[in-house]
Design a protein around this ligand. Structure first.
Ligand code: ATP
Ligand code: MG
Length: 198
């Protein structure tokens, strides 16, 4: 008998900071697709967000590690941070495939982004490396997909990292939007307190 392939989810993001929307999405996809594990993969730097300075990758990585503690279905990968530079999904999936050649990779992304997958750089190679899973986010309707992708509806969690950063700057509570350890980390390291654009 052959060992079944491990089913691994890959949720990339800036995670600046990680919040309960990310965790709920990862958990929902893991359950819906019977994944063995979902890897949260913080980007080093984002090709589309070069105008805004994100918190240093070490902080974003550490907050992800704190957030997944105690849930063995979730883990964190530092492949993108270790590689450095601008993060491209093709490099993320290529490196993860090299680290786990037997794994069936499931790349999880917003369904709006997925609807435009054919416009992504190296789209064909990407779909060879992983299955693409679209999650529907609150306020987004289901897009018309021209390719047979899997869609998973996640519970409405109207929280974004932008909102969390704004709240920290305004002194508004974030206690129930991010895991407690992440809220403590933000306070301890004085992240998002000022000087940023959003
Ligand atoms: P920002 O506000 O800075 O854009 P964000 O909250 O969108 O941050 P990202 O790190 O950009 O967080 O998101 C990483 C991934 O998580 C993306 O695929 C995004 O679609 C998804 N995601 C973010 N927020 C939610 C949410 N509330 N529910 C479900 N998925 C989410
Ligand atoms: Mg975003």
């Amino acid at each position: 008998m052959t060992t079944p392939h491990r089913r691994i989810g890959v949720l990339g993001g800036t995670f600046d900071p990680i919040h309960h929307g990310h965790l709920a999405a990862a958990s929902e996809v893991a359950a819906a697709l019977r994944l063995d594990q979902v890897l949260l993969v913080p980007v080093n730097s984002q090709p589309f967000k070069l105008d805004r300075l994100a918190a240093p990758p070490e902080h974003r990585l550490e907050m992800c590690r704190l957030a997944v503690e105690g849930d063995e279905r979730l883990a964190v990968s530092d492949v993108d941070v270790v590689r450095g530079g601008v993060t491209y999904t093709l490099d993320t999936l290529t490196d993860l495939h090299e680290q786990m050649p037997d794994a069936l990779l499931h790349f999880i992304t917003g369904s709006d982004a997925l609807a435009r997958l054919h416009e992504w750089k190296d789209a064909e190679r990407l779909t060879e490396l992983a299955r693409f899973i679209g999650v529907t986010r609150p306020g987004h309707s289901l897009p018309d997909l021209d390719m047979a992708h899997t869609l998973v509806e996640v519970p409405a969690m109207a929280v974004s990292s932008t909102d969390v950063r704004r709240r920290v700057r305004a002194g508004a509570p974030i206690r129930y939007l991010v895991p407690r350890a992440v809220a403590d980390y933000i306070a301890e390291h004085d992240l998002y307190a000022g000087g940023m654009d959003d």
